[in-house]
Design a protein. Sequence first.
Length: 250
Amino acid sequence: MSLYCLVHGAFQATWCWDLLIHYLEAQGHKTVAVDLPIESASATLSQFADVVIQALPKTDDDIVLVGHSMAGTIIPLVAEAVKVRQLVFVAALLPYPGISTLDQFSHRLDSDTLKSFNYQPKEPSILEQFHDEPDMYEPASVGKDYSDEAVLRNFFFHDCQPDVAQWAISKSRSQQSMAYMFETNPLKALPHVERKYIVCTNDRIISPTWSRYAARKRLGVDAVELPSGHCPHLSRPDLLASVLQQFSCI
């Protein structure tokens, strides 16, 4: 059986995997989850990756790295440093070597917004390749205050059971590190590891249209579709566990 290393996205922590872990361990798998230092504004992608690397047992050779949302920019860095069998991106951002996430969609933002980010644009010739891509983010989600309970409920947890949504909101953390958005990804190339992408068809944050496109263009795979919002590990943990199990059997 596999060891699933579960890497959370923005505003979350190890608690967000509790429901999924129940199903994975019932299937006989092992799990490990980590708390990334997201409250530190200076935390970098490499520092996030180091936290994950330190949490991995040195004796397992069947490791599946699962990265949700923001963690899509982190798990490839882990796979460069340690041997893993598979990378699974769940409603996730995808890194592009030598490019930041913001670089990928900066052409869709106005000059005032870019100035507020202190954005230093790269050469236009480098960024032209992204101009024909679909919107990465659902437009309604851009610029929202994710410290606001109503915003979290509407965009992160809208398809969760009410008690699960309230529990998740009560556990949400302050996201101070914006490395996943602004930092130039240090990868020179994506690691040569088996890759899977799960697109959440009712995602209100990461555009499902972009997810399908980017999975094919960046990872060379067809995304597997899951009928859920942005956080299937909270709204559909049984279904997500089933999909992960299917990946292990392929």
